[in-house]
Design a protein around this ligand. Structure first.
Ligand SMILES: C[S@@+](CC[C@H](N)C(=O)[O-])C[C@H]1O[C@@H](n2cnc3c(N)ncnc32)[C@H](O)[C@@H]1O
Length: 213
């Protein structure tokens, strides 16, 4: 794992985006939380929506590889921030750099993805990571797109979910306010869900179904 982390942190772009990484200490920060859920749940099917340079999908796919049970990551990102995910061969190579060939990338928004045949093939999602467009409206679309295929023991993460933040990631002329926290407030009112905020970095919320007694 140490060697893998050293390789990951050779790239400065994988040390940011609010996950509390500390490259000097080989510390994945919130990445440990994501990785631990993968190791605990041992999912066969994981979905990740949105990523800047892949820190989260890389950690999730590494957990799946270490579980050694053939788990696969479905990564949905239309590459709206820039062209990083546009080229399919380059995207595959990027994951392969880290020893990972268990990632299927879809160059699509969630809205478009749910119209694709691949969407209908996705079943029994044990871990869903939502980190796409950070409005309450989009977070709801992302969650509801997969809610019906979540397993009873599934874990759902929402990143950038705790506070308002003005983001210029889509260009300084397209600054928008993160409002995922207001969707999380609604989920917290549901009696069938447990929601835990982790106020580290730019914040992440873990949502799980209340276990049947
Ligand atoms: C830049 S990331 C946010 C940073 C993130 N916190 C991280 O750690 O990488 C947001 C990503 O969401 C993607 N995105 C935006 N709208 C989306 C949508 N409707 N469906 C899926 N992905 C979307 C963008 O292409 C972008 O790559």
């Amino acid at each position: 794992m140490n060697e893998w982390i050293d390789n990951l942190f050779r790239y400065p772009e994988l040390q940011s985006m609010g996950h509390c990484q500390d490259a000097g200490n080989r510390d994945l920060g919130l990445g440990w939380l994501y990785y631990s859920q993968i190791r605990l749940l041992k999912p066969k099917t994981v979905v990740c929506i949105g990523s800047w340079r892949g820190f989260v999908p890389l950690i999730l796919a590494k957990g799946l590889l270490d579980n050694a049970n053939g788990g696969k990551l479905h990564f949905i990102d239309p590459s709206l921030a820039d062209d990083f995910w546009v080229d399919r061969a380059k995207t595959l190579k990027w994951f392969e750099n880290f020893g990972l060939n268990n990632v299927e990338h879809y160059l699509a928004t969630t809205q478009d993805f749910i119209e694709m045949p691949a969407y209908k093939r996705i079943k029994k999602v044990k871990l869903l990571f939502i980190d796409g467009y950070h409005s309450a409206k989009q977070a709801k679309i992302d969650y509801e797109a997969f809610e019906k295929v979540l397993t009873p023991d599934s874990s759902v993460f929402f990143h950038d979910s705790i506070r308002k933040f003005a983001s210029g990631i889509y260009g300084e002329d397209k600054v928008y306010n993160h409002s995922v926290y207001s969707y999380i407030r609604k989920l917290k009112k549901r009696h069938d869900l447990q929601c835990m905020d982790f106020d580290f970095g730019s914040g992440v919320t873990l949502v799980r179904k209340v276990p049947t007694p």
